[in-house]
Structures are given as C-alpha cells and as structure tokens.
Design a protein around this ligand. Structure first.
Ligand SMILES: *Cc1c(COP(=O)(O)O)cnc(C)c1O
Length: 375
C-alpha cells in the first residue's frame, strides 16, 4: 500500500544521528541549540523552543500565552484534536469557529464573531500547508487584545506574501512527526519573536526550573541550587533527534519543491473531473503542500475511499470535525455547529503526498483516482 505520507531519510541524516549518539550529549547538549537556531532562522524570528512533539508545542504555546481555567480559545474544527485538547487541558473553554470553504482554514469573520471578553487566544491551523489568513487574524488579535497562535504542523516551509510561516503569528507551533514536512521522528517546536513568550515557553518545557542565580529567591543556598518558579513538564527534545532535525532542515526546500511538483501533476490530471475539487491556495500563498485534500461528492466519498484503498492507494481523511470527538460531544458540543467544516470533512480524501513519491507512483495514484471517481 502506498502511504498518504512518509518520511525521507538519507545517509547524511543517519550520519548526523550516529555522530550525536557517539557524542557526550544524548540530550540537553549542543545539537539542541544548533537545531533551535536553524529553526528560528527558517521561521524568520529570534526564538525557537524545541519540544518532543507538535502536541507538546501546542501545550507549551498555550501555557506561555497564560491560558488558565475560565479563558476561552477560538479555533478551527478542521484539525487534529491536539489543537484544541492542549488548551482544554489548561482549563480553557474551546470555541469552534467555522472555516473558509475554499481553503478549509479558520475564517477570520467567523473567528471574530466567536470572540468574547474571555477570549485569550485565537488559534488557526495552516490546513494542508496553506497559510491561514494571518494578516486578518493578527489584526483581530490586536484589536481585541488577544494572542494569535498558528498551528503550523502542516506548514513549515510555507510562505505568505513572501514571509515565512513562523513569522506571521505571536506564537507558531511545528510538528516533526514522520508524515510532516520534515521529521525528528517525534518532535516539535514553538517559534516566536517575543522574548517573554519564549522565556515562558522554555520554562514550561523544563519543569519551570530557574537556574539563573540573579532570578532565584535564595541564590545563596549552594552551588547545587535550582528553583521551580512555576509548574512545568519535561518536553525536552534530545540531541539525537535534534541532529536529525538539523540535517532534515537542509533539505526542506527540496522537499517543498517536490511536493509542489506532485500537487501540480495531481491538479492537471484531476482538475477537470466532474464533482471533484482540487486544493486551492489564495493569492500570495506559497504552500508547502503537506496534504493533497481532494474533495469529491459527499455521497460517494466512502465508495471512492474504499476503491482507492482496494487499489493499494493508502488514502486518508483529514479531519473529522474536532467537536465530533466523544470528548467534546460529552461536554455538550453539537454536530451542525460549523457547517462549512462539516461539508469539507464529508467530501475530503487526502491523496498520497510526500517528497519520495516517484513519477510512476504519481501516475498510479492518478489512474486509481480517475477509476475510483468513474472518469
Ligand atoms: C500532527 C498535528 C499535530 C500534532 O503533532 P504531533 O507531533 O503528532 O504531536 C497538531 N496539529 C495538527 C494540525 C497536526 O497535523
């Protein structure tokens, strides 16, 4: 079965990991600093805080934003549950706002209508790699005195109006899971231009520990002394995985370029099919296509999906609306709340999309898809 997403590991990646394994540092060493500097440079901001997953990155970002019980977070339902779950774990009430039918990204007007006096964060997702309407959401955040968080699990390598994803929001989170645009096996990062947010993110990912003597309450306790100033967790990405990330980052542009070629080939072969909608990117957006979300008639989605799987094409569906998960249903969230996102979900099938797809793979996906939709 051809998977829908897959990592690309080359001999240099393996050599980088091996070198880290032979070094004095398996974790909390120089490879972490190198990777963070490279991620920050790529994002076009001063601060990158590496963590153990994209989920950890979201948890850390919401904690840095100061989310606490009683706060509200406005977000999109067309995402993996973690975008909402990590804020809910900090006590936030999640308010889902509907998406733009063209991109599947959070609709700024719907987000604005969902804002109340308790809203602290508006969190968009760059669905499939297409940057969310960051200027509109940043403007909303500024007017309402909120923070704008961009879940960029799909979009490291994407740009909007020439600016890299990572520089568009107050806080941006990446995932480095194997199917994402680059991988550290498990891993993630929070990037920000704001020094204070970065410091709070760093504290939360490392037990809230303060080692700087000038900031300690009882610095004369002894040379062994360290203090916990706030509750935190251990979300530290090891050197071994950071070394893999630094090596992968050198090939990000090549990964993005191949994804664009695959996108173009699918578009050209499938764009003319009846009832089929190919993915859309707005003017100014240069997406790193993490997914290829094809939309087909809702009443035929299941049959087309099953046909593709039977033909050896490992398609996926991204995503069931987040509030359909029983954990939200049990809190009283009702189906029908965000009809545009639900319509998007009902029609969506993600075709295989990863840099090591060969031209022959692409041709077989196209042939199988045309057959499945009956073209
Ligand atoms: C993958 C993903 C996450 C979570 O990342 P992990 O590294 O798997 O924890 C969060 N949000 C979105 C949109 C994702 O696709």
């Amino acid at each position: 079965m051809l998977p829908y997403g897959r990592q690309s590991i080359d001999p240099e990646d393996i050599a980088a990991v091996e070198a880290a394994l032979r070094s004095d540092w398996l974790t909390t060493g120089p490879e972490v600093d190198r990777f963070e500097a490279a991620v920050a440079a790529r994002a076009g901001v001063d601060h990158a805080v590496s963590v153990t997953s994209g989920t950890a990155a979201l948890h850390v970002a919401y904690a840095a934003a100061g989310i606490e019980p009683g706060d509200e977070v406005v977000t999109t339902p067309l995402t993996f549950a973690a975008t909402a779950a990590t804020a809910a774990l900090l006590g936030a009430k999640i308010v889902f706002a509907d998406v733009d039918p063209a991109t599947g990204n959070l609709d700024p007007a719907a987000a604005e209508a969902a804002v109340t006096s308790r809203t602290r964060v508006v969190a968009g997702v760059d669905y499939a790699g297409v940057p969310v309407d960051a200027p509109a959401l940043q403007d909303l955040a500024a007017r309402k005195d909120l923070l704008f968080l961009e879940d960029a699990a799909h979009s490291i390598g994407s740009t909007l109006d020439g600016k890299p994803v990572g520089s568009l929001a107050d806080l941006t989170t990446y995932s480095f899971f194997p199917t994402k645009n680059l991988t550290t096996a498990e891993g993630g990062a929070v990037v920000t231009a704001d020094e204070e947010l970065a410091a709070r993110a760093r504290a939360f990912k490392n037990h809230g520990l303060v080692r700087d003597r000038s900031l300690q309450r009882t610095p004369d306790e002894g040379p062994w002394h360290q203090e916990v100033h706030s509750f935190g967790l251990n979300y530290r990405l090891p050197d071994v995985l950071s070394a893999l990330g630094t090596s992968q980052l050198t090939r990000l542009d090549a990964f993005v370029a191949r994804r664009a070629e695959v996108k173009k080939a699918y578009d050209e072969a499938l764009g003319d099919l009846d009832g089929v909608e190919i993915p859309f990117a707005p003017e100014g957006a240069a997406p790193a296509w993490h997914l290829y979300p094809l939309r087909v008639p809702a009443e035929r989605r299941r049959a087309i999906f099953d046909s593709l799987r039977e033909q050896g094409i490992g398609v996926q569906v991204n995503y069931i609306p987040a509030y359909w998960h029983p954990v939200f249903e049990d809190l009283g969230y009702q189906r029908g709340m965000c009809p545009v996102a639900e319509d998007y979900y009902r029609r969506e099938i993600s075709l295989p999309m990863f840099p090591s797809l060969t031209d022959a793979d692409v041709e077989s996906v196209i042939a199988a898809t045309r057959k499945a939709v009956g073209a």
